[in-house]
Design a protein. Structure first.
Length: 73
């Protein structure tokens, strides 16, 4: 499924302008709240690392459960 980034801004008379950008096939969008680009990059990297560690942990847990089931047979 394609991701879309929808951004809006208000002009000087208060009219809201939406802008929709579609992600390319090899692109995703992530929103990060930060004070600077450097901080945003750091927070993004930390989040990606945390998600990777969580996936690895769940994979190891699944392997452990599968081994326990095999041992009990």
């Amino acid at each position: 499924m394609t991701q879309y980034l929808v951004t809006t801004f208000k002009d000087s008379i208060g009219y809201v302008h939406p802008h929709v950008t579609a992600a390319k096939p090899n692109q995703t969008f992530t929103v990060v709240e930060a004070e600077s680009k450097e901080e945003a990059k750091q927070l993004y990297r930390q989040d990606r690392l945390r998600n990777g560690i969580n996936k690895l942990s769940k994979g190891i847990e699944n392997i452990h459960k599968a081994m326990q089931r095999k041992d009990s047979e």
